[in-house]
Design a protein around this ligand. Sequence first.
Ligand code: 6PG
Length: 233
Amino acid sequence: MPNLIVTPNTGELAERAAAWIASVIRDAVARRGHCAMALAGGNTPAPVYRLLAHIAGVAWPRVILFFGDERAVPPDDARSNFRLVNDNLLSGLPEPPARVHRMQAERPDRDAAAAEYASLLPAALDLLLLGMGEDCHVASLFPHQPPLHETQRRVVPTIGGTPLLPRLTITPPVIREARRVCVLAAGPAKAAAVTRALEGAEDFAAVPAQLARGATWILDRAAAARLSGAVTR
Ligand code: 6PG
C-alpha cells in the first residue's frame, strides 16, 4: 500500500515534499553516513527543489546526487533535467553535494553512456524521486516500451515523452531496489493517472507508475480527486 500524502494545493505540496525529502536525507546520513538520491525532471519538482535548497540541517556534503532520467540535450539546454536541478537546487545550496552524477544522454553512443551510468549507481538508492506523466510514465519509462521489461540493465536508452527526445532512463529494478521512493503529482490532469497507478488493475506495462505503488505519493487535492477511499484511509 502506498503512503499517501494529500495536500490542499501545489504550494503546500512543494513544502511537504521538500520537508519529506530533507527528513529522508537526514535519516539515511544518520544510518549509513551518506544519502544516494536520484532526482526527477519535469515541472512539478522545481519548486520542491527551490525549497529543499533552503531547509536547514541537511548534510549536503554527505549527499550523492543521481538522476532517474535525462533528455538527449546538453546540460545547459532549457530541456535538460540536470539544468533544472542545477538552477533550482544546486545553485541555492549552502554547500555542494559530495558528488553530482549527471546522465550524459547527449552522447552519441547512448548505450555506452547508459552502461557507464549504471556502474555508478549504488545497489540500492537511499531515495528515488519520481514525477508521473498523464500517460502514467515515471522516469522515462513510457507505457509499452522495451525498458519496462529490463531485468538486467539498470540504465538504458529510450525515446519518448514531451519533449519527444531520445533519453536515458533507469529501469524497473532500480525502482524496486530503492530504499525509499517518492512520487509527486499535481493538478487535475494527473487525476486519472493517479487512480490508474494506485487503484487500477495491475498492469505495469500499460501503467508504469504501478512500479511505485508502494512508494510515498505526495499529491495535491486535484491530483487525488478521483481516488476512492480505499487508498486514502
Ligand atoms: C522527464 C521526467 C518525467 C516527469 C514527468 C512528470 O524528464 O520528463 O523525469 O518522468 O517527471 O513527465 O512531469 P511534470 O512534473 O512536468 O508533470
